[in-house]
Design a binder for this molecule. Sequence first.
Ligand SMILES: [Zn+2]
Ligand SMILES: [Zn+2]
Length: 137
Amino acid sequence: MTHHATRTLHEMGYRLTPQRTLVWDVLREHGSHMSAEEVCARVQDRFPNINMSTVYRTLELLVDLHLVRETHLGPTRRFFEVEEEVPHHHLVCETCGRVTHVHDEDLGGLGTTLLEDQGFATREVTVFGLCSACRED
Ligand SMILES: [Zn+2]
Ligand SMILES: [Zn+2]
């Protein structure tokens, strides 16, 4: 299946260099959140001579094109993941670091309340706490 990224990259006139394609493939194969360092390590497994700044620039390009989403999960945790069609939010376990996706319907009326009471338009919600496995310990 061709992801819309391939088409978008062509439409935007970017050449699909092997390095760019590889960064994209690594994120898609992983299918979840990766730090920039993890992406670099995976790419280097296949292209040992690749310049790390190329990987960082490619990540930024994919974020600019809205193909990859950059999420800050805590002050020092910056993650990249393939952008999904449906917006999602994150539950972050402060003990094991596990990240779970939730969607708009899981937030109940939170978005509406914040808009009406605060005039605040919610784009993304990150909730910190304890996951079910950690709560059992
Ligand atoms: Zn946990
Ligand atoms: Zn996510």
